[in-house]
Design a binder for this molecule. Structure first.
Ligand code: M6R
Length: 621
């Protein structure tokens, strides 16, 4: 959940580390810190709270000491606290050794830290924080001071002792202009430059610097200097690996004309959807994923008898939407499971089970563990992810990338709708292979899917003012209820998640038909009801639930197909979305709910991009 960054090369270390941390802040913002290699040792600098606090300290220190901005090597960290409260002592870097001559930044959890700490304390090491990470700093210092090892050798020895998940980077005063790093289960990439090299938890930290990356694997140590990058095994054997190029733009992580990343990313949805559909669907509406999925995997899809969809949070909601298309078009039973539950369930399946693991980051610990559980019974795993080269892509048999580009706002928006598009593509491909639906029917849905980016564009136009006005109904609200049926039910769940995570208003998503079985007791004028209507028979039924709600004094905010007169009859402010075939309705209906949550949170003066307590990548259980 934390972000780490490293730089070695020219006299621009502070600038590069701060820019890298800015682009990794979505991973945690409880505190931030730097460890800089000065001529006479290591200078740690840490501040509690968001990065702007550290930036202030950097400005002050740089003003007093010109050498500060001439530093050539260092590491940085942005923290989401796991062990120990967010205070300065617990902020990274953590120091070890005589006078703090070793500094460490870490993302992950060291599970055996308590035992290691006891042992190190018994050997005379003095701890100054409550973190699990500090054991790494002391283990390194001990190997260097007492065994005369190099930083690389010390880290290899340390990696053999620590258990859990980690991406760790360290600097030592004894080895100027050198960074060493290793990882196990947490992501780590090396960015390659000319006369300078970089390190980060994710490529978006470094897009302004380079497009050439090396992915570090479990059980490897990397050593960075200005001149080069050496990768080796823990035993010191050299590892040779080619660099890969990424095609994300640096502007993708800039705010541009927008006030917040969330707003920017909501508006990027049409372009993100176009990219996700491009090359995978013809102008006639025929879906062809052969450029994405290996031939044997596609062939295997014909034999599939059951589908399991795994994900957490928004990705789980995408899975619930996907279930409708997969069951309707492919006539296979689909189970959608929350990864953190599935991983401990001794799940049932076999080689005829298609396992669709959805994760925008590709590094969510629970989803990775759920995939492992599915692989044990022989499930055929397809990863749907936004992150090329991420951990999940290495665990899966096949990968279907969503092409939303980097998402910085903690609340998922464009990655959700592109996940929905990817799942529709999958359903159409599987339906074609299974041959249970007529070609005409599939082409018709495919053609409508191809036009979805324009529909989403229209949904954004329709939603701007309407959602700002509807947000007023939430000014004095103490909670909110989101209702829907069929494909609109997961849309309601996702709408409620968006509201609660950025506005801190308790919000529940419910199947509309369940309302009378309990939640109706919540209804009064301080509990607005967002009703996702849509089309068809289920729309009528939801409408009658809405009327029951209105009769009990509830304030209704319907999300309806543009021009639906009955929606206007139940409420003053309707959130309109364009007409599309029912299976595609979640793609357009989600847009007003994203904007509604955005305006409610902004109205409360909250930071929509960095909601409290959250981090975008959840790399711990
Ligand atoms: O990276 P993932 O898609 O695996 O993340 C899963 C959830 O943590 C994520 O969808 C989360 O619920 C959203 N950021 C909420 O908006």
């Amino acid at each position: 959940m934390c972000g780490i960054v490293g730089y070695v090369g020219r006299e621009r270390c502070v600038e590069v580390l701060m820019e890298g941390l800015k682009n990794l802040e979505y991973r945690g913002y409880d505190s931030a810190g730097l460890a800089l290699q000065l001529e006479d040792g290591i200078e740690p600098l840490k501040r509690v709270g968001p990065l702007v606090n550290l930036a202030g300290a950097v400005g002050d220190l740089g003003g007093r000491n010109g050498d500060f901005f001439r530093v050539r090597a260092g590491v940085g960290h942005t923290r989401w606290a796991t062990h120990g409260r967010p205070n300065e002592a617990n902020a990274h870097p953590l120091l070890g050794g005589e006078g703090g001559r070793v500094a460490v930044v870490h993302n992950g959890i060291i599970e055996n830290h308590a035992r290691l700490r006891r042992e190190l304390e018994a050997r005379g090491r003095v701890f100054r924080s409550e973190t699990d990470t500090e054991v790494i700093a002391h283990l390194l210092a001990e190997r260097i001071e007492e065994h005369g090892e190099s930083l690389r050798e010390a880290l290899a020895c340390c990696v053999r002792q620590i258990e859990g998940s980690f991406a760790v980077a360290a600097v030592s005063a004894e080895e100027p202009e050198t960074i060493v790093a290793a990882r196990h289960q947490s992501p780590l990439v090396v960015g390659l430059g000319e006369g300078e090299n970089f390190l980060a938890s994710a490529v978006q930290a470094l897009l302004t610097e380079t497009r050439r990356f090396l992915v570090v694997e479990n059980g490897e140590i990397v050593e960075l200097s200005a001149e080069g990058v050496a990768v080796s095994t823990l035993d010191g054997e050299e590892v040779r690996r080619g660099a890969c190029e990424v095609d994300w733009d640096a502007e993708a992580v800039e705010l541009g004309v927008y006030e917040d990343y969330m707003l920017k990313e909501i508006h990027e949805q049409p372009a993100a959807l176009r990219k996700t559909l491009e090359g995978r669907i013809t102008t006639e509406g025929e879906v062809d994923l052969s450029a994405d999925l290996p031939e044997p995997f596609i062939e295997g899809l014909r034999e599939i008898e059951r589908v399991v969809v795994l994900g957490c949070g928004t990705a789980y909601h995408a899975g619930l939407v996907g279930k409708h298309a997969l069951e309707k078009l492919c006539r296979v039973p689909v189970e959608v499971a929350v990864s953190s539950e599935y991983r401990y369930r001794e799940p049932i399946g076999d080689g005829k089970t298609l396992v669709v693991a959805i994760s925008q980051s590709g590094e969510t610990t629970d989803t990775l563990a759920a995939v492992e559980a599915a692989r044990e019974y022989g499930g055929r795993v397809l990863a749907v992810t936004n992150t090329r080269g991420s951990l999940i892509t290495r665990e899966a048999e096949a990968v279907l990338l969503t092409k939303a580009g980097p998402e910085v706002g903690v609340a998922a928006t464009k990655t959700f709708t592109t996940q929905l598009a990817a799942l529709k593509l999958l359903a159409l491909q599987l339906a074609h292979l299974k041959g249970l639906r007529s070609a005409e029917e599939l082409l018709e849905i495919g053609e409508a899917l191809r036009l979805v980016p324009e529909k989403v564009e229209h949904a954004i136009e329709l939603s701007g003012d309407a959602t700002r006005t509807a947000a007023q109904a939430f000014e004095a609200a103490r909670c909110a209820l989101y209702l829907g049926r069929g494909v609109s039910y997961p849309v309601a769940l996702e709408g409620a998640l968006k509201l609660k995570e950025i506005s801190y208003l308790p919000a529940e998503g419910y199947p509309a038909g369940e309302m009378k079985h309990g939640p109706i007791a919540l209804i009064d004028e301080s509990c607005p009801v967002v009703a996702v209507l849509g089309e068809g028979l289920l729309r009528e039924k939801t409408l009658s639930n809405v009327q029951e709600t209105a009769a009990r004094g509830g304030r209704i905010v319907p999300v309806a197909v543009e021009g639906d007169a009955s929606a206007s009859e139940v409420a003053d402010h309707v959130l309109w979305a364009p007409e599309v075939p029912e299976l595609l309705w979640p793609l357009v209906a989600s847009v007003p709910l994203q904007l509604l949550a955005y305006h409610v949170a902004k109205g409360r003066g909250l930071d929509v991009d960095k909601p409290r307590n959250l981090a975008k990548s959840v790399t711990v259980e």
